[in-house]
Design a protein around this ligand. Sequence first.
Ligand code: UT7
Length: 313
Amino acid sequence: MKGLKILGTGRCLPDKVVTNDDMRAFVDTSDEWIRTRTGIQTRHFCAEGESTASLGVKAARLALERAGISPEDLGACVGCTCSADSAAPTVASTIQRDLGLPKHIPYFDLNAGCSGFLYGLHVTRGLLLQSDKPYALLVGAETLSRVMNFQDRGTCVIFGDGAGAVVVKLEEEAPYAYTLGAEGGDDVIYIGGYGSKEPYIHMEGQKTFRFAVEMVPWCIHELLGQSGLKLEDIDWFVLHQANKRIIDHVAKKLGMPGERFYQNIAHYGNTSAASIPIALDEMAEQGLLKRGQKLLCVGFGAGLTWGGALLEW
Ligand code: UT7
């Protein structure tokens, strides 16, 4: 089974850093509550002139440079977002234009909430299996500050803006396993779309928390079962960064050391579909990833959706 190997990564966070104390200008909250309940210390918010697409373009440029491939060898470009600037143009087609990428390949966005990057990986693999080109560009980009209700303390302190990108290669020897799913409905997480009277994120935090701590270990066991690997064979678990307590809980439930679960939620909050590619880029920058390592990525969130993939670095 052909798998996906990550060749290069990039990220872009807006310059504006917002601390927990800064959030007190909007809602009745405290640094202590936010840190202890979520692990978040700061998040980045877009300034005027920045957009989901502009963050995505910058992350994509870096990922392409670091992968060292010729853009002519790209077989697809997929944007993953639940906070696109507009219904059209898409993040992916803006990336095509701004980076001057080849025209005759598919460019589109997909929305699977915070699981978007995982859905994107599997779709990308499918596209590459049908393509005569070996590489694809996958970008998670969000400006959640633009769809946040700054009067709702249960959500506005949690989310942040940012983008992460990866260039992947379809490779014969790379391991691959995936799981995707949804249990639909708007009663747990709802994000008002274009023209909505309530264009904001609504979230039932505790229900989402319970969903996450049940689904993430399930996804991990599913991926291990498919691939015949054991927990110990996985070098890194890279989970959607929604809450430090969720990641700690999952590590404990699996009986794995917390250090194998990368965490950066302290700095960025929850950046939805961008959180896993941002984490991968940081891990690469810090020299944590070594060629040939196996990564298990799992996302979960709005939909409700979940997704997991076994990848190679
Ligand atoms: O990316 C999509 C997936 N999303 C997630 O995975 C999110 C999962 N859920 C969570 O991370 C947590 O449920 C939250 C961080 C959202 C909330 O934490 P919680 O421990 O579940 O808090 P809660 O909603 O049960 O609220 C507890 C109390 C309430 O006060 P009372 O009713 O007990 O007096 C809230 O009003 O905390 C209050 N509260 C706050 N207090 C200070 C809620 N938000 C805040 C706040 N500052 N920002």
